[in-house]
Design a protein around this ligand. Structure first.
Ligand code: NDP
Length: 287
């Protein structure tokens, strides 16, 4: 049956812990704004209960669902198919329930690239990405698929950066290099986009600083952060001091959720409405 106010379409998230997950606030604000009869249920589901939760969602006719930590890899064996970028990234944060079964996507990196496109055409750019964990990996893969010319991946444990370099080189025309992060990193002068893809700066550690030689941040660079909380990190403040443009982690979070609504119900939601709901839900994030 068609969703109606008395029988809404069902979506939601399976993660653990789930209490701090603000996605439902953004998504339900979009449903309300666009008059879509749908709900988003934020569920605490640790990995041992994930298979039952997924079967339950299918049994109840859910339209789709998100996965967050620690379920982004654990869900993969439960799916029937993977979108190409999710297969490359090796993690799924969004599942579509379809006639062809359960299809896994990774919209984290795509959300980042969509936010980036509002400022820069990624084609031909040189991007420097700090970090090689889940977020950095999704961003690096999507930047390569979006046509950046060069990627420099800087990580403390360099072997994790090297693994991303291999994936990027096997799947795109982007030239990629891994750099061990030891001491302060000097940005090459031809850097167009800088991305903090690490967890440095996440509340409560709000004074932690991405160790980059501050004078190598130049006007004309776009400096981006994945940290949603607080949105204005030390790195972004420092970048503005040096005349660079900035893009915060909440833009990625909003765009990622917006892409999910497209996959689930063909909705192209108003990002400003979602951003306002996100800001209300998590405040300035400094605690
Ligand atoms: P992971 O644990 O997978 O990766 C963490 C990364 O940070 C690793 O590269 C790690 O380096 C690096 N790192 C952590 N602490 C330090 C440090 N003190 N010095 C140098 N490097 C450090 O985490 P995720 O990738 O899942 O998440 C990273 C951040 O991204 C989180 O803060 C999360 O909130 C945010 N995020 C934001 C999203 C958004 O939409 N805005 C979406 C997803 C995540 P090493 O490998 O050497 O240990």
């Amino acid at each position: 049956p068609e969703p109606s106010p008395l029988q809404p379409a069902l979506t939601g998230s399976f993660s653990s812990p789930a209490g701090g997950n603000p996605t439902g606030a953004m998504v339900e604000a979009a449903f309300a704004h666009h008059g879509v009869p749908a709900r988003y249920v934020n569920c605490d589901v640790p990995p041992p209960r994930l298979p039952d939760a997924v079967r339950g969602a299918v049994a109840m006719g859910w339209t789709g669902f998100n996965l967050s930590l620690p379920n982004k890899q654990a869900v993969i064996p439960l799916l029937d198919g993977l979108a190409p970028s999710a297969a490359l990234i090796g993690a799924v944060n969004c599942v579509q329930v379809t006639d062809r079964g359960l299809i896994g996507h990774n919209t984290d990196g795509e959300g980042f690239v969509q936010a980036l496109r509002e400022r820069r055409d990624p084609r031909g750019l040189h991007a420097v990405v700090f970090g090689a964990g889940g977020a950095a990996r999704a961003i690096a893969v999507e930047l390569a698929l979006a046509g950046v010319a060069r990627l420099t991946i800087v990580n403390r444990r360099v072997e994790r950066a090297e693994e991303i370099v291999r994936i990027v080189q096997d799947s795109s025309a982007t030239s990629a290099a891994a750099v061990a992060w030891a001491g302060s990193f000097a940005l090459p002068a031809d850097t167009d986009v800088v991305v903090n893809g690490t967890s440095i700066g996440l509340a409560p550690d709000v004074d932690a600083r991405v160790d980059v030689v501050a004078d190598t941040i130049l006007p004309g660079m776009l400096v981006c952060d994945v940290i949603p909380n607080p949105p204005d990190t030390v790195l972004l403040r420092e970048a503005r001091t040096h005349g660079a443009e900035t893009l915060d982690g909440r833009s990625m979070l909003v765009n990622q959720a917006a892409i999910n609504l497209g996959l689930w119900m063909g909705l192209d939601p108003d990002r400003a409405v979602m951003r306002a709901a996100l800001d209300t839900a998590i405040g300035d994030g400094r605690h």
